[in-house]
Design a protein around this ligand. Structure first.
Ligand code: SAM
Length: 252
């Protein structure tokens, strides 16, 4: 069940994600307000103390934007590609390695729906705590299991539909992925550096994986205005490479 949350959007574009979990809630920078009055203004302007906000339903972009962060997170363009390329759908069973801040965990949990399940591993208990809190705040805790463990030592899960890796040495996870994935299950790894891609691809080629593919997703924002529409002048920053493969029982 999704939690009762809203986003307060200011005219400046600044957003505040507010959890309406009590009758009276404290909105940072605004003060104490009645949750009912905010809830009733969904999609409308809501004013308090001389300030006006638009009350919006939070999107996944808002949720991830407001996360407590420990490690570098997987951003929207890469997360969307991971979901599509792993063919994630309602009811899927996903193993994730490298929970980090839980940003990707949230997206995976949303994709698998209420009947799906995500098991996410991390070697750092403090990172798992942050990821767990972020997933719980988003109301998705029932879909996610958090496990402390090093993927290189093997894991108990089997028959997974997808195995998604974001750790510094993803090639070390390939053997574990082969055992955890169902036949035809999807492997995906996210890596900032080409050297990581090379080693991961080599490990996949040495195993029973097919349909290997590596992509970099480049998203270019377009600034549209009455005076002229053009690509944003902000530089295109690099995030990471995505490597995909499918696990099979035999190769040709
Ligand atoms: C870059 S972060 C992952 C960020 C995450 N994808 C997100 O979107 O928030 C990498 C995480 O992998 C964990 N990690 C590194 N090596 C690992 C291993 N062998 N097994 C499990 N977790 C590992 C680290 O502790 C760290 O939290």
């Amino acid at each position: 069940m999704d939690r009762d949350r809203v986003v307060l959007l200011e005219a400046s574009g600044e957003k505040h994600l507010v959890v309406l979990d009590r009758e009276v809630v404290n909105v940072p920078g605004v003060g104490v307000v009645r949750a009912d009055s905010v809830r009733a203004a969904l999609g409308r302007r809501w004013s308090v103390g001389g300030r006006s906000f638009l009350v919006l339903k939070p999107s996944m972009r808002d949720t991830v934007g407001a996360l407590r962060r420990q490690a570098q997170i997987v951003g929207p363009k890469d997360a969307a590609s991971l979901v599509w390329n792993c063919d994630l759908k309602a009811g899927d069973y996903v193993v994730e390695v490298g929970a980090g801040s839980g940003a990707l965990t949230l997206v995976l949990a949303q994709a698998v729906g209420p009947d799906g399940h995500v098991v996410t591993y991390d070697v750092r208990p403090d990172f798992l705590d942050v990821a767990r809190a972020n997933v719980s705040d988003a109301g998705l805790a029932r879909r996610v299991e958090f496990k402390l463990g090093d993927v290189r030592s093997g894991i108990a899960e089997t028959n997974a539909d997808a195995f998604v890796v974001d750790i510094p040495d993803p090639w070390e996870a390939v053997g574990t992925a082969a055992k955890a994935l169902a036949p035809c299950g999807h492997f995906a790894s996210y890596s900032p550096n080409v050297e990581q891609v090379n080693r991961t691809v080599a490990a996949l080629r040495a195993g029973t994986f097919v349909e290997l593919r590596t992509v970099e997703i480049i998203e270019r924002e377009i600034e549209a205005s009455e005076s002229g529409t053009h690509p944003s002048f902000a530089p295109l920053g690099h995030t990471g490479y995505l490597t995909f493969a499918r696990a099979v029982l035999e190769t040709l």
